[in-house]
Design a protein around this ligand. Structure first.
Ligand code: HEM
Length: 456
């Protein structure tokens, strides 16, 4: 069955219908308990109930979109904005004035400010830092210690984003502090999203105190970074300078709060997402030693015996396909939400103004209607002409439309380089205590991956 064949008749003359209610709800909690207990399996089976389905989360009705083409329509339509539980929980971290949470004209202006730093032709300038950081991993791991993939993944992602986008040697020391603050914050954010217990998070128990300390430290760090850059009188060609020089729609400098929120909104989503993909990549290389061999052979062929350089990345096709296939099966961003700003329709179904809508890149990217051997890890499926064409929007780990991740090229370059460098140096095996089961938080990643890096 193709995706097209299950698409419902779309509007025109037919009045939009109420989407079907997903099965399996229970009194009071509705589908909330299933979403809390096993969100991935729950979101995946929703496709059996329809292309758009209604869920009950306690007293609230939420709409889930399961068909790839409708997730694209949702992301591209002006009838929906960034909002809903995911974003509300992130606002306490990201602020309301940063690009990831703003909407409307403010968001458009902010995208214009940050976009040049992520343009395809801007990426090669980041090459030396990406190379340095990828080789720093290999040098550290060569000491033979068991490596903690969670810490390593975060560290390299934070360091690359911070050093590339907010240049300066001061970043080297700070990126360790950012890493540690973010690890605490992301764990706490997810809990606050799925268990919105409001005032209870203000009770001064150790977990809340630790969360608040990490939040305060992150904001302090960002203020320090901004103050130091201003104090230096320097204006290197980077994202921080672009933010400090940005003007609002009247041509006036943007406010301090907006500068602060923008720095947080760029550093934090970038670190958590790219860090999670590094962790999943290490898991994949451990599970599939044949892929380590294939990457090595490709690197040998393209690069020879010298170090892998940033300039080699676009020739490392198989290595890039390993990264893409990793993101298909383990998308860091596994759930996204939107809110309808008007009474509207999607795929012939009625969506009322104010409704929260969720969709899951995880479920869409594992849909057997879109991918042959949908659960199988097969980077070769991305070779031209190798498999049936993938339906539009069925593979969108960076999102779609005006909220699409600005960092898609940046991240692909970084991840491909890391995959090439680490697979050329090591094979991996799980160390005692390693647990590769999926951890579901704000992002998706292996739970507690502890690996031994074996040279040769
Ligand atoms: C937005 C994924 C890396 C900065 C997004 C969205 C996705 C995503 C799916 C769209 C959210 C939506 O549609 O609601 C990823 C993945 C990454 C990655 C999978 C790594 C593999 C990064 C990095 C940065 C970054 C490294 C910055 C250094 C942002 C920002 C937004 C965003 C600022 C908000 C854009 C907007 O709302 O206009 N990301 N991201 N991301 N990402 Fe990424």
């Amino acid at each position: 069955m193709t995706v097209e064949s299950v698409k419902p008749e779309s509007s025109g003359t037919t009045a939009p219908q109420e989407p079907p209610l997903a099965g399996g709800g229970v009194p009071l909690l509705g589908h909330g308990w299933k979403l809390a207990r096993g969100p991935l399996a729950f979101l995946e089976q929703l496709r059996d109930h329809g292309d758009v389905v209604r869920l009950r989360l306690g007293p609230k009705t939420v709409y889930a979109v399961t068909a790839p083409e409708l997730t694209g329509e949702l992301a591209l339509s002006p009838d929906y904005i960034i909002s809903g539980p995911l974003w509300e929980s992130l606002e306490s971290l990201l602020g309301k004035e940063g690009v990831a949470t703003a909407n409307g004209p403010l968001h458009r202006r902010q995208r214009r400010t940050i976009q040049p730093a992520f343009r395809l032709d801007a990426i090669p300038a980041y090459g030396p830092v990406m190379e340095e950081e990828a080789y720093a991993l290999v040098e550290r791991w060569s000491r033979g210690e068991v490596l903690d993939a969670t810490a390593e993944g975060f560290r390299v992602a934070v360091r690359i984003s911070a050093r590339c986008l907010m240049r300066g040697t001061y970043m080297d020391a700070r990126s360790e502090r950012i890493t540690s603050a973010l690890a605490t914050l992301f764990a706490g954010m997810y809990q606050r999203m799925v268990l919105p217990l409001g005032p209870l998070y203000r009770v001064p128990i150790p977990a809340n105190r630790e969360f608040n300390r990490a939040l305060a430290d992150l904001h302090r760090l960002v203020d320090e970074i901004i103050a130091e850059r201003r104090g230096s009188g320097q204006k290197p060609d980077d994202l921080l300078t672009a933010l400090l020089e940005a003007k609002d729609e009247n041509g006036d400098p943007i406010g301090e709060q907006e500068i602060h929120d923008q720095v947080v909104a760029i550093l934090t989503p970038g670190s958590e997402t790219a860090g999670s993909v590094v962790m999943s990549l290490l898991h994949v290389l451990t599970e599939h030693p044949d892929q380590v061999d294939k990457i090595r052979a490709e690197v040998k062929n393209v690069v020879g015996d010298r170090r892998v350089a940033f300039g080699d990345v676009r020739k490392l096709r198989h290595t890039a396909n390993v990264v893409v296939e990793t993101m298909r099966l383990y998308p860091a961003v596994w759930i996204l939400t939107r809110r309808a700003v008007t009474d509207t329709e999607l795929g012939g179904y009625r969506i009322p103004a104010g409704a929260d809508i969720v969709y899951s890149p995880y479920a869409v990217q594992r849909d057997p209607r879109s991918f042959e051997r949908n659960e199988e890890f097969d980077p070769d499926r991305w070779l031209p002409g190798h498999s049936a064409p993938v339906p539009k929007y069925a593979m969108s780990p960076f999102g779609v439309g005006n909220r699409k991740c600005p960092s898609d090229h940046f991240s692909m370059a970084e991840l491909t380089l890391i995959a090439a460098v680490v697979a050329s140096a090591f094979r991996f095996e799980p160390a005692p205590g390693s647990d590769h089961r999926t951890h579901i938080g704000i992002t998706l990643r292996p739970r507690r991956l502890r690996l031994r890096a074996l040279p040769g």
